[in-house]
Ligand binder design. Structure first.
Ligand code: ZN
Length: 317
């Protein structure tokens, strides 16, 4: 799009996206860089219907008319992009995330709606296929998150099963000065951790880890350095300060902003924090653009996101 504007601040984003045409053009330019095509059949000679704010395909098939939201995380939402796009802006740029309570207040929607919006946005923040392995110097570490259920109000706790009350093991791999990857793991058994390192790190790379027993034998595939915490100083490059810094950002966001995160949803908060961390060298506008490039081809229904919650939790978002 020739006359496209990229907002630089939240204030500019709110003003710019208060115009539906700007929202439509901004999103359309990202999902259809070569021009609008029908999401159902791929025809590129579609016509625009001004009144409906939709396009129409010339072929006779279902969903002939489609809006810019079809096939994105925004599909089926009655909320306008004038609310959605500032919501994306806030999550991708607030260092500690944004609680659904705050989001609800800022956008004038219910907290449940804001909660569901945030989960859809986290889906857009999820990394792609991890096709490229980490290399060079890689820090490996694991941590435990959660265990807050005991302090929860009974009305909340009764929705949780026994599996939801404990802490969850999370593994992290950080390429020095590069990307972080995090995953929920079923435990910290050697084989499990090894598999993750092999899957995500190029053979022959230098791997730094703590002296946890589960990490011995890594030296068969990697140059493995173990941190000795008995030493009071950091020995040159041999440390895991980078990934430990990431854990403290993650925990600040989970404890400070989200308060309690159900283990079932934890991976989405990992995606959120990893996205911001991996975009740390960019500015707010660049992080927003990156997220907006990832909203297409992804859907998250309320049923999927709530898992086992009862049907009475229906909402209109
Ligand atoms: Zn079509």
């Amino acid at each position: 799009m020739a006359n496209e504007t990229n907002p630089k601040t939240l204030q500019q984003a709110i003003i710019y996206f208060s115009n539906p045409e700007n929202c439509r053009n901004y999103l359309a330019a990202r999902r259809w860089p070569k021009g609008v095509i029908c999401p159902t059949c791929g025809r590129d000679d579609v016509s625009f219907l001004e009144k409906q704010n939709k396009w129409q395909c010339k072929s006779a098939h279902k969903q002939r008319q489609f809006s810019v939201k079809v096939g994105t995380i925004f599909e089926d939402s009655p909320l306008g992009l004038d609310k959605w796009l500032p919501a994306v802006w806030m999550i991708v740029n607030n260092k500690n995330g944004k609680s659904s309570y705050e989001m609800a207040k800022d956008l004038g929607v219910t907290q449940k709606t804001a909660w569901f919006m945030e989960h859809r946005i986290r889906l857009a923040m999820q990394s792609g296929s991890f096709e490229k392995k980490l290399s060079g110097r890689v820090e490996v570490d694991e941590t435990y998150i959660g265990g807050k259920a005991r302090n929860m109000h009974f009305s909340k706790r009764k929705h949780l099963g026994a599996r939801d009350t404990g802490k969850v093991a999370v593994m992290g791999l950080l390429e020095r000065h590069g990307e972080v990857r995090t995953m929920v793991v079923a435990g910290t058994k050697r084989r499990m951790l090894h598999d993750q390192v092999s899957q995500h790190v190029e053979q022959g790379s230098t791997v730094y880890s703590e002296a946890l027993r589960s990490y011995n034998q890594l030296d068969q595939e990697f140059i493995h350095h173990v941190i000795n915490h008995a030493e009071t100083y950091v020995q040159g490059h041999v440390h895991t300060n980078g990934i430990e810094n990431f854990w403290s950002l993650l925990k600040r966001s989970i404890k400070g902003t989200y308060i309690s995160v159900e283990p079932f949803h934890l991976f989405r908060y990992l995606d959120e924090q990893s996205f911001r961390f991996n975009g740390r060298k960019g500015n707010d506008s660049e992080r927003f653009q990156k997220a907006m490039e990832q909203v297409t081809g992804k859907r998250l229904t309320f049923k999927e996101v709530t898992g086992k919650l009862p049907d009475d939790d229906k909402l209109s978002c």
